[in-house]
Design a protein around this ligand. Structure first.
Ligand code: DMJ
Length: 695
C-alpha cells in the first residue's frame, strides 16, 4: 500500500494548494470580465478616461518623485555610513578582515588593525607597508546616488571621537558670543572641493582616540529626548580675573552642577542635551574628579562624591572596560584620593578594581589585552585585532606598582614590570622611538614604520621618565629608554615652522616626515622640564621651553583661542600662518596637555607668562565651551568663534585633569603637591614618589 512519506505529503499539499489558488484566480478573472461587460458604454468610457489621466500624471511627475525617494534613501545610506564611521564600525572591505597574524609579518602588516576602507587591498597598499605613501586617496565610500551635503556637515574622516548621538547642529551664532580678539589669522585656506590629504595613520586610525573611549562606548547614551529649548546657545560669561584660583573653583562648580543635575552616577555629562553618556557605567566623572575636589577645597562636593563611591560604586558588573583608561582614571583616581585623604575606603575600592583588571595580563606574550570584563574576569583584545596599543600597555605601570606597594602584594607590580622588560629589549625601535602597536600573541611590535609622540604612543615616553622618578631613580633601563627616545625625537621628529620658526614635533611615516602634531603631544614640554628638574640634560629644558611656546601658539593662532585636536605646521619659509588645521581636526575636547605643561614650566621657571597663557585658555573655555545650564562641552570648530559647534560632551578628564592643572598653575603654594614628592599619572592623579629606605 502506498503510504506517502512526510516529503510526499508536503509535495501533495503544496500542489493541492497551488491548483486551488490557480482555479480561484481563474474564476476571479472571469467574473471581472463579466462585470466589465455588464457596464454601460458610457461607464466604460469614463473609467478608461480616468485611467488614461492617471497614466499621464504618473509620467509627468515620476522624475520628481523618484528624485525625492532616491534622495531620501541616499541620505539614509550616508547617515548610516557616517554613523558607522564615527563609531569605528567602519564597513570592512572584503579581504581586509582582522588578521591576528604574526607580528612583524609584512604580509599581515597593515591588515591586522586597519578595519577601515582605506586599506583596500585592491589599491595594493596592504602588501607593501614600506611603500605606503604618506598621502593616500580619500577613503572609499559606498557608491550611492549623491545629493551633495552641505560642507559644514560633512565629516569625511574618522579622526575624531564619535560625536554624541544628540550632537547639535544648531547655529551658535544665534548666541551673543562675540568673536575672540586673538592674534589675527588668515581665513581658512581649504578651497572648495579640495579634498584634505590624510596621512596613512590619520586615515586608518582614529588619530585622536588612542587614549580615548571607543566610540561604541557611547552607544549606551541616556534616552533623554532633546528639547530644542534646552539646547541654549553657549552664552558668553563675563569673567573678571579677580582671583584666578577662585575662577577655577567657579568653573569646577559650574561643571559639577551640570554633572550633578543631569548625569549623576553616570560616566559623562552631555551638557547641551542635559543628559549623560555611558562608557563603563562606573560613574567615571565622579572618580576622576575626586582628588581635584579635594585639592580645590570643595568639601561639600567632595563629601557627596565620597558618599556615592562608598555606597553606590560597585565593580561587580558584567562590563567590558579598557585596561588603560580604567587604570589611569579609576585606579589612579582612587589611589591618589586615598593618599590625599588617608581614607581607607578609597584604598579598598582601588584594590577591588586592581584585582579585577588583572586578567588582562593573561596573554601568551604577557603583553596585556586592551579590554577586561571586570565582572566575569575575562579579557580580550579589540574585535578587529590581537594587537594592543603601545601607549596603553606601557602606561598602567605607575598605578599598578603603587598598588603593590600599598598592599604589599607583588602581583600587580610584577605584571606591569614584565611589560616594560619585554618592551625594553624588543627589536623594532627607531633610535628609541616605538611603533604604535604590539601584538598580544607574539609580543612583537606591529605596524612598524610610523613614529609619533601623539596618539597611541604618547604616554609610553611620559611613563618611562615618571616610573624612573616614582621608583627613586633606581631603575636604569627606564632612564636609558627615556634618554634614547628623546634623542630619537630630536633626530627624527623635530622641525621648525617656516614663518615664526616654531619648534614642533612631527611624525615619521615610513621614513617620510609629516609635519603633523597632535595636541596630545603638548604633554611633552612638561615631561621634558620634569626630567631636567630631575637632573637630566639641560637641553631638555631648552626644548621644553621651545615646545611650550609652540603649544601656546596652537591656541592663540586660532580664532577662539583654543587649540585644535591636530595641527599641521607650515614648513615654507614665506610669511603666513605657522599652524594649519584640516577641517576634520578642528575640534577641541577640553584636553589638558597644554595646561599641564604650563603648570610644570611655571613651577620650574616661575615665569608669570605661563600663568597668563593659562589664564587666556581658561577664559576661552569659558567663552566658547561653557553651557549655561551647567557643564562645559567639547566643540567642533576652534576656528569659528561664531559657531564653534558644541558637541555635547564633557570628558571626565576636564574635571580630573584640565581644571586641576589650572588650579595648580595659579596656586602660589608651590608645596601643594610638590613635584619632588609626587609624580602625576597621565590622568593628573598624584602618586607619591617612593621614599627609599636609607642604604
Ligand atoms: C587623558 O585621558 C589622559 O591625559 C591621556 O594620557 C590622554 N588623553 C586624555 C586627555 O587628553
Amino acid at each position: 500500500m502506498y503510504s506517502p512519506s512526510r516529503k510526499d505529503f508536503i509535495a501533495l499539499t503544496l500542489s493541492d494548494q497551488h491548483s486551488r489558488s490557480y482555479n480561484n484566480g481563474k474564476h476571479r478573472r472571469q467574473s471581472c470580465w463579466r462585470k466589465w461587460k455588464q457596464l454601460s458604454r458610457l461607464q466604460r468610457s469614463l473609467i478608461l478616461f480616468l485611467l488614461a489621466l492617471l497614466l499621464i500624471f504618473g509620467l509627468l511627475f515620476y522624475p520628481s518623485f523618484s528624485e525625492q525617494w532616491g534622495g531620501m534613501s541616499d541620505k539614509a545610506v550616508r547617515e548610516d555610513w557616517d554613523e558607522d564611521w564615527e563609531r569605528g564600525l567602519k564597513p570592512v572591505p572584503p579581504g581586509v578582515n582582522p588578521v591576528a597574524g604574526p607580528a612583524g609579518d609584512p604580509a599581515v602588516g597593515l591588515a591586522g588593525v586597519a578595519v577601515g576602507p582605506e586599506l583596500d587591498p585592491g589599491l595594493g597598499l596592504a602588501a607593501a607597508p614600506g611603500l605606503i605613501p604618506e598621502v593616500i586617496p580619500e577613503p572609499r565610500r559606498p557608491k550611492v546616488p549623491s545629493i551633495p551635503k552641505p560642507p559644514a556637515k560633512k565629516r569625511p574622516f574618522p579622526n575624531k571621537r564619535g560625536p554624541p548621538s544628540l550632537q547639535k547642529e544648531r547655529n551658535v551664532s544665534d548666541s551673543l558670543v562675540k568673536p575672540a580678539e586673538k592674534v589675527p589669522v588668515e581665513k581658512a585656506e581649504e578651497k572648495e572641493g579640495e579634498k584634505p590629504l590624510v596621512s596613512w595613520r590619520g586615515a586608518m586610525i582614529e588619530a585622536d582616540e588612542a587614549t580615548e573611549p571607543p566610540p561604541s562606548a557611547h552607544e549606551k547614551d541616556a534616552p533623554v529626548p532633546v528639547n530644542p529649548e534646552d539646547t541654549a546657545p553657549l552664552a558668553p560669561v563675563s569673567v573678571k580675573p579677580v582671583d584666578r584660583l577662585e575662577m577655577v573653583r567657579e568653573a569646577f562648580r559650574h561643571a559639577w552642577k551640570g554633572y550633578k543635575e543631569f548625569a549623576w552616577g553616570h560616566d559623562e555629562l552631555k551638557p547641551v542635551s542635559k543628559s549623560y553618556g555611558e562608557w563603563f557605567g562606573l560613574g567615571l566623572t565622579i572618580i576622576d574628579a575626586l582628588d581635584t575636589m579635594w585639592i580645590l577645597g570643595l568639601k561639600e562636593e567632595f563629601e557627596e562624591a565620597r558618599k556615592w563611591v562608598e555606597t553606590e560604586l560597585s565593580f561587580s558588573k558584567n562590563v567590558d572596560v579598557n585596561l588603560f583608561e580604567s587604570t589611569i582614571r579609576i585606579l589612579g583616581g582612587l589611589l591618589s584620593t586615598y593618599h590625599l585623604t588617608g581614607d581607607e575606603m578609597f584604598l579598598e575600592k582601588a584594590k577591588d578594581i586592581g584585582l579585577r583588571l588583572m586578567p588582562a595580563f593573561k596573554t601568551p606574550s604577557k603583553i596585556p589585552f586592551s579590554d577586561v570584563n571586570i565582572g566575569k574576569g575575562t579579557a580580550h583584545p579589540p574585535r578587529w585585532t590581537s594587537d594592543s596599543t603601545l601607549a596603553e600597555v606601557t602606561s598602567v605601570q605607575l598605578e599598578f606598582r603603587e598598588l603593590s606597594r600599598l598592599t604589599q602584594d607583588p602581583q600587580y607590580q610584577e605584571v606591569v614590570n614584565e611589560v616594560m622588560r619585554l618592551v625594553h629589549k624588543l627589536p623594532g625601535k627607531h633610535d628609541g622611538l616605538v611603533p604604535m602597536f604590539i601584538n598580544t600573541n607574539s609580543g612583537q611590535f606591529t605596524h612598524k614604520g610610523v613614529f609619533t609622540l601623539g596618539a597611541r604612543a604618547d604616554s609610553y615616553y611620559e611613563y618611562l621618565l615618571k616610573q624612573w622618578i616614582q621608583g627613586g631613580k633606581t631603575e636604569p633601563d627606564l632612564l636609558e629608554d627615556y634618554l634614547e627616545a628623546i634623542e630619537g625625537v630630536k633626530k627624527h621628529l623635530l622641525r621648525t615652522s617656516g614663518p615664526r620658526k616654531l619648534t614642533f614635533v612631527g611624525e615619521l611615516n615610513h621614513n617620510r616626515f609629516n609635519p603633523k602634531m597632535d595636541h596630545l603631544v603638548c604633554f611633552l614640554p612638561g615631561t621634558l622640564a620634569l626630567g631636567a628638574h630631575n637632573g637630566l640634560p639641560e637641553d631638555h629644558m631648552e626644548l621644553a621651553l621651545q615646545l611650550m611656546e609652540t603649544c601656546h601658539q596652537m591656541y592663540i593662532q586660532m580664532e577662539t583661542g583654543l587649540s585644535p585636536e591636530i595641527a599641521h605646521f607650515n614648513l615654507q619659509p614665506y610669511d603666513g600662518r605657522d599652524v594649519d588645521v584640516k577641517p576634520a581636526d578642528r575640534h577641541n575636547l577640553l584636553r589638558p596637555e597644554t595646561v599641564e605643561s604650563l603648570f610644570y614650566l611655571y613651577r620650574f621657571t616661575k615665569d608669570a607668562k605661563y600663568r597668563d597663557w593659562g589664564w587666556d585658555i581658561l577664559e576661552s573655555f569659558n567663552k566658547y565651551t561653557r553651557v549655561p545650564s551647567g557643564g562645559y562641552t567639547s566643540i567642533s570648530n576652534v576656528r569659528d568663534p561664531v559657531n564653534p559647534g558644541p558637541r555635547d560632551k564633557m570628558e571626565s578628564f576636564f574635571l580630573g585633569e584640565t581644571l586641576k592643572y589650572f588650579y595648580l598653575l595659579f596656586s602660589d603654594d608651590l608645596e601643594l603637591l610638590s613635584l619632588d614628592k609626587y609624580v602625576f599619572n597621565t590622568e593628573a592623579h598624584p602618586l607619591p614618589i617612593w621614599q627609599l629606605p636609607p642604604v
